[in-house]
Design a protein around this ligand. Structure first.
Ligand code: SAM
Length: 328
């Protein structure tokens, strides 16, 4: 294995896989409330097709995969996919991003199938606000229970992702940070983006530097290393705590120069950047019976097209798909 790198010599070893475009929530910052156009089932990659793509990517140098969506736990038999992917020798890290509503039900089975860790998207600790943000009748308690069950079965670490929105949930910054102190939570505060279909506005943006100033009411935030992975977040801790506080700054400080990822959409397109519309179709070639050599060639050619950086800082957002189809 020689390793995969793009035309800017960035090593590419991480594939995020959206296993479904369906979601049981309609978060205000992610999807429209209604009128979401869903793909027909046969447009979505089968588990066998995902396996074939990951196998080829692994032979090229991908060693980490993350399952996401839509809501990945809505896809029937997800532990089976985890189990299939865990058989690929070069894949040494399998993780999941979920809204947590179904996590308590599946955490043990997923762990047993080979899942290592999980990120849970959670934007509020208040039930009424949970309903407002997610525009659903789901219960916050189910998510909190999912987090506890995930920890108890040994999914480690469990990271909590909070998209911070001014006037909506920024009053809870300290509550989430307190969880890093009292309950050893690993919280990542994410700057709001404004994708196609979202109901949020630019006035709700809070920069990570602003968040950080407000959090330091609780004490000094000391830089630290991530407990696992080398993703885009910058990590800190309050003194004498084991939990961590991370910031993900797609808007105020892009991290493209160390981007190591590709995305596979639920309908089988290799997307080179969350915030760029360029995609290479793998599904049709796969369904027409291409060899693994040709599949690998397609992946290599796609990687060569990976853009240097996204244009979010200049105000550009792709309009082609909601994040629910690309995997957020
Ligand atoms: N359903 C799963 C979940 O809720 O985690 C996975 C899909 S969701 C699209 C993946 C991630 O994208 C979540 O962590 C979410 O917070 C993030 N995300 C979605 N829309 C966003 C936005 N407008 N700005 C920043 N992050 C966003």
């Amino acid at each position: 294995m020689t390793g995969l790198s793009d035309s800017f010599q960035r090593p590419i070893n991480y594939l995020r896989i959206s296993v479904t475009d369906r979601c049981n929530l309609r978060c205000i910052y992610c999807m429209p409330a209604e009128g979401v156009c869903l793909m027909p089932h046969d447009a979505i990659l089968t588990y066998e097709e995902i396996y074939t793509i990951v196998q080829a990517a692994a032979e090229l140098g991908i060693d980490k995969v993350r399952l996401t969506g839509g809501e990945p736990l809505l896809r029937a038999g997800l532990p089976k996919l985890v189990q299939m992917l865990s058989q690929i020798e070069a894949i040494n890290d399998i993780s999941l991003t979920t809204n947590g509503t179904l996590l308590s039900r599946y955490a043990a089975e997923l762990k047993q199938a080979g899942l290592q860790r999980v990120n849970v998207s959670l934007d509020t600790l208040k039930q009424d606000k949970f309903k407002f943000i997610t525009r659903s009748d789901n219960n916050l308690d189910d998510v909190l229970k999912g987090i506890e069950v995930a920890k108890s079965v040994g999914l480690n670490p469990v990271k909590i992702n909070m998209v911070v929105m001014a006037g909506i949930n920024d009053d809870e910054l300290l509550d989430f940070a307190t969880k890093t102190i009292n309950e050893e939570w690993h919280v990542r505060f994410i700057e709001l983006m404004l994708p196609a279909g979202a109901s949020t506005t630019a006035s709700q943006f809070v920069s990570a530097s602003d968040m950080r100033k407000r959090l330091e009411l609780l004490g000094e935030l000391q830089p630290c290393l991530p407990s696992v992975g080398n993703g885009p977040a910058k990590y800190f801790r309050f003194p004498h705590t084991r939990g961590t506080t991370g910031f993900i700054t797609p808007a105020s400080e892009h991290f493209c120069f160390r981007c190591n990822r590709l995305r596979l959409t639920s309908d089988g397109k290799l997307r080179l950047c969350l915030l760029s519309e360029d995609e290479i179709d793998l599904k049709q070639p796969l369904r027409s019976g291409i060899s693994s050599v040709v599949l690998k060639q397609l992946i290599v050619e796609a990687v060569a097209r990976k853009p240097l950086r996204h244009q979010l800082v200049e105000g550009y957002m792709p309009k082609d798909r909601p994040f629910s189809q690309v995997g957020g």
